[in-house]
Design a protein around this ligand. Structure first.
Ligand code: SAH
Length: 363
């Protein structure tokens, strides 16, 4: 393997087929190699017994299978697991597995840090370093799947994958879409298409592109039903205000028989948790097929917010349910290992640090 070797973890099935095709090889080699990499955990080409010796040698000379490195692994008292994964250039990102009865949800990161600066999110305070490569995104799935005994052609321990870790996936569009294709491929991880969920803070042009680029499900981090408040909590709202965001959500939902979009709403005491705002949220969601996930705020050092009392969250939830909106309160999982929503920080060598403003706020 040379330094310039092509990392085959960068490719989905179509990419591998094209790669072999361009080298005068049969394109079905693409599926064979995809299975070796993502179902048999091959790290080199010597074990690939259905490839001829000459082809294996050619591959060994020009290609490699290189996964990001696990720095540490933590297991929560509630069974949640977290991996800290080092990606190229010294950044670290975090990957979390949340078992829940028959369901197993893997939460993965798409960027080292995040450029969006949402006020209640610890990842945002880290600033932004860079987009993750396909190999770094799918590498997180490969690490977790192997550790958990997940098999794309057997026991599917991971039933759901959510792009709800560090980063804004729609700002790393092409790499995320390719990685999602590998997750869904029956020759790789075999996750059901609708069980792969991309979560966005509301990048409107990205939502429109995603409609045609991937059959995944969509989640939108809403957090406020009116522009003035959302401008403060989710600053990207100033570029893509609620009217435009909801119109994009409607267009997305129309794609496939109006499958619901999940709206995430972090509950911040005294900020966005009043009954009046719940009623406003009902009006906002009136014309889009919606489910709501209420996420009681998870604290992190220096955070200028608090989690509301359970009664406040329940009252907010009941207003939505009475209006006919499917609503659940997300259970806090893995907070003892800092793996809960909004607690993922990894290690980001930030090139921008807009978080300073937030650090100056009182704790
Ligand atoms: N950038 C994308 C993907 C990250 S998803 C997005 O914003 O959707 C991470 C989810 O956790 C988002 O819904 C986010 O708003 C929520 N979150 C962030 N910080 C949180 C915190 N401190 N407590 C609870 N939820 C938080």
């Amino acid at each position: 393997m040379t330094a310039s070797a092509t990392n085959l973890l960068e490719f989905d099935r179509a990419g591998l087929e094209a790669w072999f095709d361009a080298r005068g090889e049969k394109s079905f080699r693409g599926v064979q190699v995809l299975k070796w990499i993502h179902q048999q955990w091959a790290d080199d080409f010597s074990a690939m017994s259905n490839l001829g010796k000459a082809l294996r040698e050619t591959l060994a000379a020009g290609a490699c299978i290189r996964e990001p490195q696990v720095v540490s692994h933590h297991e929560s008292a509630d069974g949640t697991r977290k991996w800290v994964v080092r990606v190229a250039d010294g950044n670290c990102v975090e990957t979390v597995f949340i078992p829940d009865g028959p369901r197993g949800t893997l939460c993965i990161s798409s960027q080292a840090g995040c450029p969006l600066d949402c006020r209640f999110c610890s990842t945002g305070r880290q600033g932004f370093s860079r987009n993750l490569a396909v190999a770094e995104i799918i590498g997180q799935v490969r690490i977790a799947a192997r550790a958990l005994g997940h098999s794309g052609h057997g026991t599917r321990v991971i039933t759901n994958i959510v792009l709800m870790g560090m980063g804004e996936p729609l700002l790393n569009f092409d790499n995320v879409v390719t990685a999602m294709a590998i997750m869904m491929d029956d020759n790789a991880y075999g996750i059901a298409r609708r069980k792969v969920t991309l979560s966005t803070a509301g990048i409107v042009p990205g939502i429109d592109r995603l409609r045609d680029a991937s059959p995944c499900s969509l989640a939108v981090s809403l957090h406020a039903p009116e522009n003035a408040l959302r401008d403060e909590l989710v600053p990207i709202n100033r570029s893509y205000p609620l009217g435009e965001l909801m119109a994009a959500c409607r267009r997305f939902a129309e794609r496939d028989g109006r499958a619901p979009i999940t709206f995430e709403y972090v509950m911040l005491e005294g900020v966005n948790d009043s009954p009046a705002l719940a009623r406003q949220l009902v009006r906002l969601l009136a014309h889009v097929p919606a489910k709501v996930n209420l996420i009681p705020f998870n604290a992190f050092p220096g955070a200028p917010f608090r989690r509301p009392a359970p009664e406040t969250v329940n009252r907010f939830r009941d207003i939505l349910i009475e209006a006919g909106i499917m609503t659940i309160t997300r259970k806090t999982r893995g907070d003892d290992i800092d793996a809960a929503c909004g607690q993922l920080v990894g290690q980001v060598l930030a090139r921008s640090a807009r978080h300073r403003r937030l650090q100056e706020l009182p704790a």
